[in-house]
Design a protein around this ligand. Structure first.
Ligand code: ZN
Length: 290
């Protein structure tokens, strides 16, 4: 079916106590795997593409990357009969506007590097533009840091609950990414969430909340976080791990094989299994079926 917006699904997940999986795409095969897995599980699903993935897809041009992704997402959604949302993850100011024009149905602006006042001003302006297009807008307050070669995951600035409420009120954001201890690109499930902070945010902020960097968070904390009000859970590193393990296993078994269709099929199948497991874990299985 055509791409849909996420607001209704996130609101429903919030009311019912489950989470919509938001899975990051770097290649066409990953998009196919994510949508294929959601179809098997009967779940609504968010395909999302980050600024860095756009640069990869567009070979240095994020606008070209957005064009590729808009087509990949649309075709992937039309191939199945479950709701698929195409979301821009960690977009720049220009990318949010471009994604909105190109057919994405949801977008996130990452103004985390800006001073708070400027972040609020830019976020509000983009939010209005995205709303004018009838789409969903996600904003971030606080910092979900990125693991980059350190031995231990770094600690970023966590979201202040009062400031979070003020930020949502000032910007009009539909969805809030809050920093509660998770870290991007952690390969082991070792990070614990600040669940007390999540509870304090939840009572002050009424819009759906997003967990970024879930791959490195213990499943115990993710489950408790969903019970505590997280309604969109982003998954990226775990999918890259599954994809690469699929390629490695295939090439180890057939070292002289040179057909990319063979090892990319193995990679795609590995991602399907990982996404299915996550969808079930988030409680989203069967939710697209009523
Ligand atoms: Zn993120």
């Amino acid at each position: 079916m055509p791409l849909v917006t996420s607001k209704t699904w996130l609101r429903r997940a919030q009311t019912e106590g489950w989470a919509v999986g938001a899975f990051n795409v770097n290649t066409m095969e990953q998009a196919q795997a994510i949508v294929g897995a959601a179809k098997i599980e009967g779940a609504p699903v968010i395909l999302q593409c980050s600024h860095r993935a756009l640069l990869y897809l567009g070979q240095g041009s994020s606008l070209v990357g957005l064009r590729y992704m808009a087509h990949i997402g649309r075709v992937a959604a039309e191939a199945v009969d479950i709701p698929v949302i195409l979301h821009l993850d960690h977009g720049t100011y220009a990318e949010v506007l471009q994604a909105t024009a190109l057919g994405f149905t949801s977008a996130m602006f990452d103004g985390g590097d800006l001073p708070l006042d400027e972040n609020i001003g830019r976020t509000r302006a983009l939010c209005e533009a995205v709303h004018d297009a009838g789409l969903t807008f996600e904003a971030e307050l606080g910092e979900v840091p990125r693991m980059a070669g350190e031995e231990k995951p770094p600690v970023g600035e966590l979201t202040d609950p009062e400031q979070g409420a003020h930020f949502v009120e000032q910007t009009g954001a539909d969805v809030l990414a809050s920093a509660i201890g998770s870290v991007h690109a952690v390969k082991e499930k070792e990070v614990e969430l600040d669940l007390g902070r999540l509870a304090a945010i939840r009572v002050r902020v009424s819009v759906p909340l997003v967990l970024h960097g879930s791959s490195g968070v213990t499943d115990h904390c993710i489950r408790a976080g969903i019970q505590g009000g997280l309604t969109k859970v982003n998954v990226a590193t775990q999918l890259n791990q599954a994809f690469t393990e699929g390629v490695r296993a295939c090439l180890a078994e057939q070292p002289s094989m040179v057909d990319p269709r063979v090892y990319l099929s193995a990679a795609r199948a590995a991602v399907v299994e990982r996404v299915r497991e996550r969808i079930r874990f988030f409680g989203a299985a069967g939710k697209a079926e009523g």
